[in-house]
Ligand binder design. Structure first.
Ligand code: NAD
Ligand code: DAU
Length: 351
């Protein structure tokens, strides 16, 4: 069995659904069900005989220990986090609590469990920590892409909290020998992403006849990866990664934000044209910039490509077309996650 945390969020739910299509192993999913966690994301597999859900917090050592002892997993994959940069700017507390304190408590529970395993299981156990390229800070326009050895220079409360968790994971390997792996991935997009993030927000706003908000000059660059390609990279790292190593994951798809939103509008114009015959691009609106906004991220994925034979399958164009199709055909999901609390967030962030 594998133990997944944060599996009701965007990447975790895609990971579990994808995993169950390829594996006979059980998956235990522990999730706090924060505003970003949604059991609807797991509806297609909620009755699957290999799937178990437990609501809970990664910081709850008693609960985590009980689950570890009961289910005896061979691996844990830690997706659980507060993940939205803008929210970390408005209120960093939850980010410190979950991403730093929560990861620490989780590591303590896992260390205790791992110490008591028989030697072969101890050797085979893995703790895979899912992290982000944002820990490396911002790149100049022509600077080489982030390698695993790039200096940590986090710039937002979110990225600083993720950087902190990465350091704790690293320390548990060096100090206690806990068999850890860390992945640092670039921006994901695809089904079930909460519409606070750029791509689903713009799809939702476009079809709701709302402005498509572009921060600052829209020239900030992100390196986009389709979520299922990320999930498959995680499987490769879990099964073939070298203990104690870090793997950068990215799509080699550097795009300026304005380019991303224009592409989105073109796809929407084809898939669901506006009734007045105009382009959705007319809804693009430049708004106040994000404080401390990182200018550019780019991942050098040569290590995972060469050592673990991973390559993304989707191009940016094919992934975006799939994503738009998914959102247009999952109206109920979008409507359910864009109610009261979501509207308050939008009001606070964009009014
Ligand atoms: P998300 O916000 O969609 O999901 C996070 C999940 O964690 C939610 O289900 C939430 O309920 C759960 N959670 C939050 N606090 C918890 C706690 N204390 N205990 C248990 N569960 C808790 O995030 P995501 O986009 O799916 O990101 C998943 C992971 O991948 C995060 O660690 C994030 O830093 C990392 N990451 C994300 C991206 C991206 O583009 N989305 C890119 C690289 C890395
Ligand atoms: O790079 C990996 C990271 O990608 C992950 O670690 C984070 O969890 C994930 O949220 C994402 O962070 P970003 O801040 O890059 O993603 P977001 O979708 O919030 O923004 C993408 C870019 O678009 C960024 O430059 C900010 C900009 N933006 C975002 C929003 C929400 C806008 O211009 N307008 C918006 O309304």
């Amino acid at each position: 069995m594998i133990f997944v945390t944060g599996g009701a969020g965007f990447i975790g739910s895609n990971f579990i659904t994808d995993w169950l299509q390829h594996s006979q192993e059980l998956v235990l999913n522990l999730d706090k069900l924060s505003y970003a966690g949604n059991l609807e994301n797991l509806k297609p597999i909620s009755d699957h005989p290999q799937y178990i859900f437990q609501q809970g917090d990664i910081a709850d050592e008693k609960l985590i220990t009980e689950l570890l002892v009961k289910y005896q997993p061979r691996a844990m994959i830690n997706f659980a986090a507060e993940s939205h940069v803008d929210r970390s700017i408005h209120g960093p507390d939850d980010f410190i609590q979950t991403n730093i304190v929560g990861t620490f408590r989780l590591l303590e529970s896992v260390r205790d469990y791992w110490n008591q395993l028989p030697s072969e299981q101890r050797q085979n156990f893995r703790f895979l920590h899912i992290s982000t390229d944002e820990v490396y800070g911002s790149l100049e326009k022509n600077a080489p892409a982030f390698k695993e050895t790039h200096q940590y220079q986090p710039n937002s409360p979110y990225s600083a909290s993720k950087a902190s968790s990465d350091h704790l994971v690293r320390a548990y390997y060096h100090t206690y020998g806990l068999p850890v792996l860390t992945t640092n991935c670039s921006n994901n997009y695809g089904p079930y992403q909460f519409p606070e993030k750029l791509i689903p927000l713009c799809i939702h706003n476009a079809i709701s006849n709302q402005p498509l908000p572009i921060y600052g000059d829209g020239q900030q660059i992100r390196d986009w990866l389709y979520v299922i390609d990320h999930c498959q990279a995680i499987v490769n790292v879990l099964e073939k990664g070298q203990v104690g190593e870090v793997y950068n994951i990215g799509g080699c798809n550097e795009k300026a934000n304005i380019e991303v939103v224009n592409t989105l509008c073109q796809i929407l114009d084809q898939q669901q044209p506006r009734t007045d015959g105009k382009s959705y691009a007319d809804q693009i609106t430049y708004v106040k910039d994000r404080p401390g906004h990182d200018r550019r991220y780019a991942i050098d994925a040569s290590k995972i490509q060469q050592q673990l034979a991973w390559r993304p399958k989707e191009t940016f164009e094919s992934g975006m077309a799939k994503t738009v199709t998914w959102y247009l055909s999952h109206f109920d999901w979008v409507n359910n996650v864009t109610t009261g609390v979501y509207r308050q967030w939008v009001e606070q962030q964009y009014s």
